[in-house]
Design a protein around this ligand. Structure first.
Ligand code: GDP
Ligand code: MG
Length: 597
């Protein structure tokens, strides 16, 4: 394959700006897929992704495009569109020489657009700006073009007008890909150096590794090594990705392909790792490799305690195809046996929860999510805090550190006040305020990750009537005054309701949680004290009064069948209850912490 005829590119777009739709048009135009084969949004092939409208896992597809009578190979590398997966985005970008920057002509530039664009610019990608959805009556191509020009410093003529819906501009885009994006550089004779930018789990064939070759050539049957993990394999099958996999004998520098070598577990394949030959290895691994780390931790418990082993089996299966998911067994006095899980972010956590329910038919309780805190101990060592129960005795440490992010929010000028107020409430510090146009502002903040992972985005949407977008990246740990807040029912600590919170927020948190629990815990035969405490200090209290009458008293003695029915009904109700000491707690109570308002 002549390297001059290859182009590797990705698409950068904010969610819903039309990336998938436009990608489909490119595939149709190049006859990569026939109209008959065409389904909407081909690249999003997981049910869940389709419903959410987000491409969760990135994929790649190869198109053949006839440009001025010469066949070109265009490799489109799809990137995930959510901040939870930003490391994967960075690796996909590193596999390309160019990017289509798609901006909805009725919405303008959004936070996600900017962050991914900056990533692409850092990697020196050629940016092709595209204004999409120009068919919409509300489209303002002139205004949005000004924003784009400001942002990337291009000429007005460089911007392509398109409509993925109507197919406008598709040919212009393909021509621009060939004309403007540089062909890959590299040397096919040098030692093999290929970067893994993605992997796809296939229960029958094992993990499919997607890679971009920078130097050298990989041939079918080669003995290869993944540099960072140190593992060795045979290249049992290699090939390129069309609508289906097309096996090849070799893939050379500049090109993109897949590899199958009997890997059964997703974790063995690390995105960003370098593939090389065992016999003639490359001298350097490709830069930018990172081990992805979970950012959000929560407990997952079966609603029905007898389903623990079943849940374990489900978690094991999930882990086979989700390299980012980590977990270990955990016990809670309140919830019994379960798992402490680490996720890339809140979306990832929701995905896992949903997959457990849909694919494995498990009903689970998820406990309060938390970020990873670090305690600087008296002996200057660090202790990780992934769960409230990990919090060391206050006499044992000097301070607690928490992760901070750099957040960027783009909103309308009208909402600047409320947005700043919300960020301050969330312990944020404003860093910058830039007017993108007369009416649109970019605000940047430093903020604790712990404040963002909860309901920050929902709140932001509400106060800005939907006109705000958010993006963030992790920066550093800062010392913060964190405390462990416990909840007690009749004097007994309910460990599943404990949380690590900032001291200044503990009182408010405790008060609201007690109020919420008062609504959720049903009256029982005795009075129930609900208390919130830091250490031994009670900071809030509510009381659930005792039931006045026995429910059975209603069935004036005689009617035994009615009594039975009532008892049965109570029993069923109990299945969704958890016994804490002598108090019965409904399942919703464990989720209450997520909805404190
Ligand atoms: P993605 O999240 O960036 O992949 O966006 P999608 O391709 O899923 O599109 C988001 C929504 O915008 C869908 O409802 C599409 O039907 C719609 N859409 C995409 N492109 C266009 C377009 O050019 N014009 C109009 N009117 N709607 C579009
Ligand atoms: Mg999409």
């Amino acid at each position: 394959m002549d390297m001059q005829k290859i182009r590797n590119f990705c698409i950068i777009a904010h969610i819903d700006h039309g990336k998938s739709t436009l990608a489909d048009r490119l595939l149709q135009f190049t006859n990569t897929v026939t109209d008959r084969e065409m389904q909407d949004q081909l690249l999003d092939n997981m049910d869940l992704e389709r419903e959410r409208g987000i491409t969760i896992k990135s994929h790649a597809i190869q198109m053949k495009y006839d440009y001025q009578g010469e066949e070109h190979v265009l490799n489109l590398i799809d990137t995930p569109g959510h901040v939870d997966f930003s490391y994967e985005v960075s690796r996909s970008i590193a596999a390309c020489e160019g990017a289509l920057l798609i901006v909805d002509a009725s919405q303008g530039v959004e936070a996600q657009t900017i962050s991914n664009l900056y990533l692409a610019m850092e990697h020196n990608l050629e940016i092709i700006p595209v204004l999409n959805k120009i068919d919409l009556p509300g489209a303002e191509p002139e205004v949005v073009a000004d924003e784009v020009i400001d942002l990337i410093g291009c000429d007005r003529e460089d911007i392509i007008l398109a409509s993925g819906k109507e197919g406008t501009g598709v040919e212009d885009i393909l021509n621009a890909v060939v004309e403007r994006i540089p062909s890959p550089k590299g040397n096919t004779e040098e030692p093999l150096q290929a970067m893994i930018f993605d992997s796809v789990y296939n229960p029958f064939r094992g993990v499919e590794v997607l890679f971009r070759v920078f130097n050298g050539t990989i041939k079918k049957g080669d003995k290869i090594k993944f540099v960072n993990t140190g593992r060795e394999y045979y290249a049992d099958e290699i090939g390129v990705l069309g609508m289906v996999q097309q096996p090849r004998d070799s893939i050379s520098a500049g090109n993109v392909g897949y590899l199958i070598s009997g890997i059964k577990v997703a974790k063995e394949v690390k995105v960003g790792d370098t593939i090389t030959h065992i016999k003639r290895p490359c001298t350097n691994a490709i830069k930018g490799f990172e081990n992805v780390k979970p950012m959000v931790f929560a407990g997952i418990y079966p609603v029905d305690t007898t389903e623990f082993e079943e849940l374990r089996a489900s978690m094991e299966k999930l882990q086979l195809n989700d390299a980012a998911l980590v977990w270990e067994p955990e016990t809670s006095a309140a919830l019994g046996f379960g798992f402490r899980c680490g996720f890339l972010g809140m979306l990832h956590m929701e995905i896992i929860q949903e997959r457990l329910e849909r694919e494995f038919d498990m009903t689970v309780i998820t406990t309060v999510p938390s970020v990873q805190f670090k305690a600087l101990m008296n002996d200057d060592s660090y202790q990780l805090i992934n769960a409230p129960s990990d919090m060391p005795d206050p006499n044992m440490f000097k301070h607690i550190e928490e992760p901070y992010v750099h957040a960027s929010i783009i909103t309308k000028a009208d909402y600047v006040g409320p947005v700043i107020q919300l960020c301050m409430e969330k312990r944020g510090q404003i860093k910058n305020q830039v007017y993108l146009t007369a009416d649109r502002v970019e605000l940047t903040f430093d903020m604790p990750l712990a404040e963002i992972v909860f309901d920050f985005f929902d709140k932001l949407k509400t106060i800005s009537r939907g006109y705000a977008s958010l993006d963030y990246d992790l920066r550093e740990n800062k010392a913060s005054h964190m405390v462990r807040l416990d909840v007690m029912l009749n004097g007994e600590v309910v460990d599943a309701l404990s949380a690590v919170v900032h001291r200044d927020k503990a009182y408010e948190w405790g008060k609201r949680l007690c109020e919420k629990l008062k609504e959720l815990v049903p009256r029982q035969m005795f009075e129930i004290a609900i208390q919130a405490a830091i250490g031994t200090k009670i900071i809030a209290r509510e009381t659930v009064k005792a039931m006045r009458k026995n429910v059975l008293a209603k069935c004036y003695g005689g009617d035994i069948s009615r009594k039975r029915k009532l008892l049965d009904k109570q029993k069923k109700g109990k299945k969704r209850m958890r016994q804490v000491g002598n108090v019965e707690v409904p399942q919703e109570a464990f989720m209450a912490v997520l909805k404190l308002d």
